[in-house]
Write a new protein. Structure first.
Length: 178
């Protein structure tokens, strides 16, 4: 858990959300008793990718200038992850990428996610790859091996961790495991 007592004793962790995939984020955070510290609520119905990019860029830049983080950790392959990583890089803040090295090897599928992944990984300082294969992909693309850490797949690992322990929120998600 990112915001556990162990990590909070070592780092000041600020979780920021743009609202992209809000329902999924809400369920995930609730399952692990986590919260968003800053919710920018930037999603609008029927907005184009360029409009979304623009909205995220300016709001994340403002937050980075206020918070002045030492590191920006992005998760996944969303437009939010890409734009946040770019803004951090433009502000000379190192970027760490969770789920680095995942590829379909088809830039159009899924779009824009495959493009986002490749761009983020091209400049991330720390890359947290889910598998050995993902690490090998990153190395083939020119990443430095010492910047890559195999972490397992965070979504799968979180699912197993959630169901391994008794959790009072389980029934809210209507998930049955046989």
């Amino acid at each position: 858990e990112l915001k556990s007592d162990y990590y909070r004793s070592k780092f000041e962790i600020i979780v920021l959300s743009t609202g992209q995939h809000r329902e999924l984020l809400h369920q995930s955070l609730m399952a692990f008793n986590q919260t968003v510290d800053i919710d920018l609520d930037l999603m609008m119905n029927n907005q184009s990718l360029p409009d979304l990019f623009h909205r995220i860029f300016f709001q994340i830049n403002e937050q980075i200038n206020l918070i002045k983080p030492n590191l920006l950790l992005v998760q996944g392959d969303t437009t939010t992850a890409l734009v946040s990583a770019l803004v951090a890089a433009y502000n000379q803040i190192p970027v760490a990428h969770v789920e680095a090295g995942l590829r379909t090897f088809n830039i159009s599928n899924p779009f824009p996610e495959e493009l986002n992944r490749k761009i983020i990984d091209s400049f991330a300082k720390l890359m947290f790859a889910p598998t050995t294969f993902a690490k090998e992909v990153l190395i083939r693309e020119g990443a430095c091996e010492t910047d890559i850490f195999i972490t397992g797949h965070t979504g799968v690992d979180a699912f197993y961790q959630y169901y391994k322990h008794e959790n009072p929120n389980k029934k809210q998600f209507n998930i049955k495991i046989n």
